[in-house]
Design a binder for this molecule. Structure first.
Ligand code: AMP
Length: 175
């Protein structure tokens, strides 16, 4: 199994969740044991041996890759969620959406100051979501060592937003 074959499993869903969006459905990758394992190996390879101490996974598809990645690296995971989902005290950041704003939260003790964090999500589009997660990490005294994605929509140029401070941006499969 290669990443190229994993790429062929990603399914295009036109007009989901709203008209004009071509949604990249990664669930067939999850459903194929070999493809999922290949993707996780490749994600781990990109960041192994670089002293990361925390995986920061973005709701909700980021959890699907972030949790097994944290286990492979033997480091802890901090979930970043949409407003109102986390039970304990939280820190928040607002970010711009196409219409209006969104809010991301993390528990106040999600990050240990000085943590070297890798922020992971399934897909990089404009970079707004991952950038906001990065600000949340910094608010809690963590450092962003890398942004990591399974899929990157290169035409949206999110990479240039995230790489502004020289932070590495890694993705496995580009469209
Ligand atoms: P952005 O903040 O624009 O980089 O959007 C990234 C977030 O939105 C990620 O959590 C993605 O899962 C989701 N997303 C945005 N565009 C798509 C798309 N075309 N297909 C699948 N997920 C998407």
């Amino acid at each position: 199994m290669t990443l190229e074959r994993a790429r062929t499993l990603i399914r295009d869903i036109p007009d989901f969740p709203s008209e004009g969006i071509l949604f990249k459905d990664i669930t067939p990758v999850l459903g194929d044991a070999q493809a999922f394992s290949t993707v996780l190996d490749a994600l781990a390879e990109r960041i192994a041996g670089k002293g990361f101490t925390r995986v920061v996974a973005i709701e909700s598809r980021g959890f699907l890759f972030g949790a097994p990645l944290a286990d492979r690296l033997k480091i802890g995971l901090a979930p970043v969620r949409k407003l109102g989902k986390l039970p304990y005290h939280t820190d928040r950041v607002e970010y711009a959406l196409e219409y209006g704003t969104g809010t991301l939260e993390a528990h106040v003790d999600a990050i240990t100051p000085g943590d070297k964090c890798v922020v992971i999500d399934d897909l990089l589009a404009t970079g707004g979501t991952a950038g906001a997660a990065g600000r949340l990490v910094e608010k809690q005294g963590g450092k962003i060592g890398a942004f990591l994605f399974v899929v990157e929509l290169t035409f949206l140029n999110g990479r240039s937003v995230l790489a502004q401070n020289g932070t590495p941006v890694e993705s496995l499969i580009s469209f």
